[in-house]
Design a binder for this molecule. Structure first.
Ligand SMILES: [Zn+2]
Length: 117
């Protein structure tokens, strides 16, 4: 992938690597999985087992890559996924709060469970 220079820091997505999310629309609608990668610049994420795409690869022995069709997770726009709350089990938006000790954290807007990372 080409390296792209980002001029301004992109707005945070509210979804982070390792979060459990639910796919709300698109081909993998209804699936839940762990966020594997986050691309704030493109506002896209990849979710475990969701939006599987077939990637055709050419064999490259020097990189130990076998040719053929590889199945992997494709990127999904963040607007099509929502966080799943570990506390109430529902899809939610993350709110932000500051704990008494001063650390900032994300909380479930439904049940106020904190998402700790
Ligand atoms: Zn909750």
């Amino acid at each position: 992938m080409p390296i792209r220079r980002v001029q301004e820091a992109p707005a945070p997505l509210g979804i982070r690597h390792g979060d459990i999310v639910k796919v709300m629309s698109g081909r993998s609608k209804g699936k839940t999985g762990k966020v594997l990668t986050v691309d704030p610049a493109k506002r896209r994420v990849t979710v475990e087992h969701a939006n599987i795409i077939k990637k055709h690869t050419r064999a490259n022995p020097s990189k130990n890559v076998r040719g053929g069709i590889l199945e992997k997770e494709g990127p999904i726009h963040v607007s099509n996924v929502m966080l799943l709350c570990p506390g109430c089990g529902k899809h939610t938006r993350a709110g932000h709060t500051t704990l008494p000790d001063g650390t900032k954290t994300r909380v479930c807007r439904r049940c106020n469970t904190t998402f700790e990372h």
